[in-house]
Design a protein around this ligand. Structure first.
Ligand code: 0PR
Length: 378
């Protein structure tokens, strides 16, 4: 650190230099991210509560109330009237916490999950010294329930810590057959649903299958307001049916305003709780429905246009995630990046991956397709 500080003007000048180096959602050129521009109301709320810290909740009764209300609304969205939970730093912390709760409740050694699960599940497995038991996908890229059955038989019912299902997979946007999965898994084994992304999409699509707490066997769900919730980072919710689970991981925090601490993080960036409360109240179900419908229209449009160019989807998009088959996605991705288009890729099967977030407008897609056509004709 320098001995004598710079002037605010100079700091700002240097900040702007770095700001210009970064990609920005407002350019419409980020086509592979699961985050988006937070709405202005979320930014305002975030700044207003910038010093709030739910790590010491006694000082922040207002923020505590907002967290409870957000958890309740998210639980309702996920089919549960009186949910318990916390707003954490994101899907990774929520998924790791879910596995931690499962280990404390159930023991066992294996975490069973579909091959489409996000890598945060593997982080949890490593951290908690558990063993991975991945389940193959069907040709529709969802968990193969027959293989799940075989997997359970292989290791024995008592050896399973938790089963994870995904509602809105990172690479394909697919939704596992949660109801069938819950029928197959042994009694007492916690079933965690990772709806980090899908949690703010599926409820607004009239999705026909059950994937949330409406399925009795589901014990916990991850939903991230900092993805399709249009809130600020860091905001990821872990929802539970009861507080009992959290009690198992609680530790004493004698010098704070609350005697027990329930979350992995100590100091918590709670401005995002206020941002999430603000944006959910501002949008209402109607607002999110409109946003999701527009994202889906754009997803179908891009899919149709890319199919015409010889890049058909891997699987028909369920939500606003599109994987389009491509021979060499890596080099396409690199060349697109040189043209300042930021797409993502899938390795198996080789595909380009697009996430049609609200910052991606139809005009951006038309511009992208013009550049993409030029690129593949070279
Ligand atoms: N579960 C699912 C289904 C996810 O897709 C993700 C993140 C997580 C859990 C973990 O969430 P956090 O990243 O909040 O801990 N999926 C995105 C991904 O890995 C995250 C992301 C977001 C990546 C924005 C890039 C980006 O620009 O692709």
């Amino acid at each position: 650190m320098r001995e004598k500080g710079l002037s605010a003007k100079e700091v700002l000048r240097r900040l702007l230099e770095h700001y210009r180096e970064d990609a920005h959602f407002s350019s419409g050129r980020v086509l592979g991210s699961m985050c988006t521009e937070p709405l202005p109301i979320a930014r305002a709320a975030h700044m207003l509560f910038i010093e709030a810290n739910l790590g010491n909740p006694g000082l922040y009764p207002g923020t505590v109330k907002m967290e409870r209300e957000v958890i309740e609304s998210l639980g309702n969205l996920m089919g549960l009237e009186e949910p318990k939970g916390y707003i954490l730093s994101g899907g990774t912390e929520a998924n790791i916490t879910a596995l931690y709760l499962a280990k404390k409740r159930n023991g066992g050694r294996y975490v069973v999950y579909p091959r489409s699960a996000h890598f945060s599940i593997n982080k949890g497995i490593k951290l908690l010294d558990l063993k991975p038991l991945p389940v193959d996908l069907t040709e529709d890229y969802v968990m193969d329930v027959d293989h799940l059955r075989r997997r359970i038989r292989e290791v024995g019912e008592g050896a399973i810590t938790s089963v994870v299902a995904v509602a809105g997979s990172t690479e394909f946007g697919t939704v596992d057959p949660v109801e069938e999965i819950s029928e197959v898994i042994p009694e007492g084994v916690p079933l965690h649903v990772d709806a980090a992304f899908g949690g703010f999409v599926l409820p607004f699509l009239n999705f026909p299958r059950k994937y949330n707490f409406e399925v009795e066997g589901v014990s916990s769900i991850t939903v991230d307001p900092h993805k399709m919730g249009l809130s600020t980072i860091p905001s990821g919710a872990l929802l539970l049916r009861s507080i009992e689970g959290f009690k198992r991981i609680a530790v004493s925090s004698p010098y704070l305003t609350e005697p027990m601490a329930y979350t992995l993080a100590g100091t918590r960036a709670s401005a995002a709780v206020a941002a999430t409360w603000a944006v959910m109240n501002f949008m209402g179900r109607e607002g999110y429905r409109e946003v999701v419908e527009e994202c889906m229209r754009n997803t179908r449009y891009l899919d149709k246009e890319l199919t015409k160019l010889g890049f058909p989807h891997v699987v028909e998009p369920t939500i606003n995630v599109l994987a389009s088959l491509a021979d060499d996605p890596e080099s396409l991705q690199k060349r697109l990046e040189e043209m300042r288009w930021y797409v993502s890729k899938v390795c198996r099967p080789p595909a380009l991956r697009f996430v049609l977030m609200p910052h991606v407008k139809r005009s951006h897609l038309m511009e992208f397709l013009r550049d993409f056509r030029g690129l593949i004709q070279l």
